[in-house]
Design a protein around this ligand. Structure first.
Ligand code: HXC
Length: 507
């Protein structure tokens, strides 16, 4: 009988915890188009796999709040374990106090020990005001754990409500940030503060909504329409990633690529653009390319794909945007993606068609030297298999930066349309044939002739192939086969770097 009472008490306590902020606050959450923490976990995890941990934790300050506003535990995604926390806005606004923070930290510690991904679902009013410095300190301890886990286990944050002030820094320290349009907002200082300090009028959505943080700042990697889409995307990302840095990303059944006329895709005129996504589609398994940060620095395209069932990270210049030049934002996007892939054992496929780094004072004053150096650093540092396909233009520093053989590509393919040279034919002809052009009777005709001569002598793949900087000149239509053969030969690659505390990436 006594035992039964104890069980009844447990049932009663669990019911109270499961009700979270109560029906009115849950109804308001739904009116805003948002799910509760538990509804979100149901959508994220395989049915029946969630084991809640820390449900009975309460704050030292104020009335005990169900789960202290954050549901934490372990569950499975596609049969593989993941640790999770989900803040619940219906309980004290999902605000983070000392014990709420300790619950998140406990999951971070377990995830790192077990070598499993860590997923955060954020919907919070930020530091719990009543808990003062204990709340702030809670954030600090989370940031430290985010940093220590970086590169060891995948960390994904899904922003599904407010995320303001210093609270934004845990997401920013994780590998991937997914945001929900209309409900997710990230900013350091909100619209009221901005209005008071600068007079600028801006709405919260304009300032830190999903599209702003995806396309303007590059803080977010994905923007989606609702909670359901955000959690489905997170499942897909988890299915593609290994559980940790000593596992390989899981293979999928191989599929042929989409039928794309690669031989006819790249225009003969080197100044004519085309969509590099079509080249990617013609090389990788059909429907397998998942683009990351689409909408930000679109002169560089990055994402994950499968090639004959083997996962790869794909990086490409996009000639349709800024002529495929590398600028500050594109360099940051590219370098961070390469480092993410290298950390989690995704071989790299780089498609090169770039006239160089973007010229201009805005770029120079903004530090294109420093940002561009990240690209070199990331590629040279990466130890995963690296295959480069030079599609068309590969000029100057950008040729080297885009995973050239000298920088560390294991194998480099060039298409017959490749132009590998110190600079483009027009400026090069102006410099090296200056005297001939000055004395020519018809300077325009002479320039055309000299440009053609330069192109034939220098701007082709055969000079580089003759020196061994290119391993094979391959017909575009045959490239998929060459890629599959080369990739399978590199999967056992092991490359060591000198032991060190850490490198000094040019941040
Ligand atoms: C305690 C909070 C809270 C907080 C919200 N609540 N934020 N309680 N600390 N930070 C409570 C509210 O009192 C309310 O309780 C419930 O959560 C819902 O909040 P509402 O204001 O009714 O919701 P809404 O109108 O949707 O507004 C959401 C909001 C607003 C914009 C997020 O709550 C807000 O401005 N909160 C404060 C945000 C903030 O400045 N946080 C500190 C950021 S600085 P009841 O009981 O009425 O339901 C920070 C520093 C971190 O986080 C530093 C790390 C280094």
């Amino acid at each position: 009988m006594a035992d039964n009472e104890k069980i009844q008490e447990l049932v009663h306590r669990e019911a109270r915890i499961r009700a979270m902020g109560g029906p009115d606050r849950v109804a308001r959450q739904h009116q805003l188009g948002k799910w509760t923490a538990r509804e979100r976990l149901d959508a994220l995890l395989d049915a029946g796999t969630f084991q809640e941990l820390g449900a009975h934790v309460v704050a030292r300050v104020g009335e005990p709040a169900p789960a202290d506003g954050v549901v934490t535990g372990v569950g499975q995604v596609a049969g593989r374990p993941v640790y999770v926390y989900a803040q619940d806005f219906t309980v004290v606004g999902g605000s983070l106090g000392e014990m709420h923070a300790q619950k998140i930290q406990a999951m971070q510690d377990l995830a790192l020990k077990a070598g499993c991904p860590m997923i955060g679902l954020n919907d919070s009013g930020g530091a719990r005001i009543q808990e003062g410095v204990d709340a702030l300190s809670g954030y600090g301890a989370i940031f430290r754990r985010n940093t220590h886990a970086s590169g060891v286990i995948p960390q994904i944050t899904v922003i599904m409500g407010p995320s303001a002030g210093g609270a934004v820094y845990s997401p920013a320290l994780t590998d991937l940030v997914v945001m929900v349009r209309g409900t997710a907002q990230m900013f350091i200082t909100g619209p009221q503060v901005i209005r008071a300090v600068t007079g600028e009028q801006v709405t919260a959505e304009q300032l830190g909504g999903a599209d702003a943080q995806l396309t303007k700042s590059g803080v977010a990697h994905f923007a989606v329409d609702d909670d359901r889409a955000a959690l489905a995307l997170t499942r897909e990302l988890l299915a593609r990633f290994p559980a940790n840095n000593v596992e390989d990303p899981p293979r999928r059944p191989a599929r042929p690529p989409r039928a794309v006329d690669l031989n006819g895709l790249v225009p003969n005129d080197p100044n004519k653009p085309y969509d590099v996504r079509r080249v990617i589609a013609g090389l990788v398994d059909d429907e397998s390319f998942l683009e990351c940060q689409a909408g930000y620095a679109d002169n560089v395209v990055v994402g994950w794909a499968y090639v004959d069932g083997q996962p790869m990270g794909v990086i490409a210049n996009q000639p349709r945007v800024l002529a495929g030049t590398l600028d500050i934002d594109g360099s940051d996007k590219l370098a961070r993606f390469v480092r993410l892939c290298d950390a989690f054992n995704f071989p790299l496929l780089t498609l090169v068609d770039t006239p160089g780094y973007l010229p201009g004072t805005a770029q120079e004053y903004g530090g294109i030297i420093r940002h561009g150096a990240k690209v070199l650093y990331a590629y040279a540092e990466a130890t995963v298999p690296k295959i480069t396909v030079i599609v068309r233009k590969a000029y100057g520093g950008a040729y080297l930066a885009m995973c050239s053989r000298s920088l560390g590509a294991d194998l480099a393919i060039a298409w017959p349309s490749a132009e590998i040279a110190v600079m483009g034919p027009e400026p090069a002809a102006n410099i090296i044939y200056r005297r001939d052009l000055e004395t020519a009777e018809d300077p325009a005709a002479a320039r055309r002739e000299k440009v053609a001569e330069y192109r034939e002598r220098f701007a082709n793949p055969y000079v580089a192939a003759a020196r061994g900087y290119v391993d094979a000149v391959v017909e575009p239509a045959e490239t998929r086969h060459a890629l599959v053969r080369m990739l399978s030969s590199l999967l056992s690659k092991r490359e060591a770097r000198p032991s060190k505390k850490h490198g000094n990436v040019p941040l």
